[in-house]
Ligand binder design. Structure first.
Ligand code: NAP
Length: 288
């Protein structure tokens, strides 16, 4: 296993990092550091603690400081959306960005890779799942749900039942994204499972330090796939309950790992592997 170790940077070191506030919790430096070391790349990936008021100046300084690009995390994903020179189609539709690349002319190109990571993880954990098999139920209408819903519609889900505690938020998201999205009240969540091919939890429920997800799965087909994007703990109550009744259940750690790949590739020139060693390395850090 590759571990963190002191090393000397050269004058040619390729620079990337992650901006957020706070940033100390971010697993991205460890993840990218693992890949840099594994592939022997002369690169560095640094945590950048940037206050919300300073985001504009920080972003503008990236080309001048020689950064190849950065990841963007909470709470800056929407603010940075409005500050870049070029947005790809996915970022535009999701309305938030998590990956910036500094172009050769110094301009900033941005994308959102959360949906990519979500789908890669889902297909890896449930290879037989096919979006066209049935409606998808998405619990939550927060920041990450936006990327998940866009990804599901793009890959051919016939419809998305968007269940949220604050119903107007689901209604607003459905209107904004367009397509076949049906907002569902939180009290109706168990009924919404009827006939679904996929259930995804994008709420914070079930996460360490948050209340458990209270959801009766009896209406869910045993052929449906269940995915929890919460990864602390890895085996959430939802994952355990789904496995116990025979559903294929996919945990959230692979989404975290896969969403990082496009940035690493763009900055450091290599599409990195997501394998068991990496999974174990990151899980050890999470105490999993
Ligand atoms: N695996 C990965 O790579 C990955 C990536 C990103 C995020 N995540 C995880 O996904 C989760 C959501 O992140 P986010 O950034 O999207 O959060 P967010 O924007 O704050 O959204 C939180 C969602 O949870 C709902 N919620 C919170 N408390 C609730 C409660 N008591 N009852 C019912 N619903 C409740 C909120 O509903 P309201 O609208 O009613 O407030 C909202 O829909 C987190 O656990 C995060 O760690 C995982």
């Amino acid at each position: 296993m590759i571990g963190a170790s002191a090393r000397t940077l050269s004058g040619m070191t390729c620079l990337a990092g992650v901006i957020g506030w706070p940033i100390a919790h971010s697993r991205s430096p460890k993840l990218h550091g693992y890949w840099l070391q594994k592939y022997g790349i002369d690169g560095a990936y640094v945590p950048l603690a940037v206050r919300p008021n300073d985001v504009g100046q920080a972003i503008a300084a990236l080309p001048k400081l020689g950064f190849a690009g950065i990841n963007v995390t909470v709470p800056h994903k929407q603010a940075v959306f409005a500050l870049v020179d070029e947005l790809d189609e996915v970022a535009r539709r999701v309305g938030a960005v998590n990956t910036l690349v500094v172009r050769s002319d110094g301009g900033l190109r941005a994308t959102n890779t959360d949906g990519y990571g979500f789908l890669k993880n889902l297909k890896e954990g449930a290879p037989k799942w096919c979006a066209a098999d049935g409606p998808a139920v998405v619990l939550g209408a927060g920041g990450t749900a936006r990327a998940v819903v866009v990804a599901l519609l793009d890959v051919g889900a016939p419809s998305v039942r968007l269940v949220n505690r604050t119903l107007p938020r689901a209604v607003a998201l459905a209107q904004e994204l367009g397509g076949s999205i049906e907002p569902v009240a939180w009290q109706e969540r168990a009924d919404a499972l009827d006939g679904a091919g996929l259930l995804v939890n994008t709420t914070t429920l079930g996460m360490e330090g948050h209340p458990p997800l209270d959801l009766d799965l009896s209406r869910l087909s045993r052929c449906a796939v269940v995915n929890d994007i919460v990864y602390v703990p890895l085996d959430t109550g939802l994952i355990k309950a789904a496995r116990a009744r025979g559903n294929v259940a996919v945990d959230g750690i692979g989404m975290l790992l896969h969403q990082a790949r496009p940035g690493f590739w763009a900055w450091f020139g290599r599409d990195p592997d997501v394998d068991d060693d990496l999974r174990e390395y990151v899980l050890a850090d999470l105490g999993g």
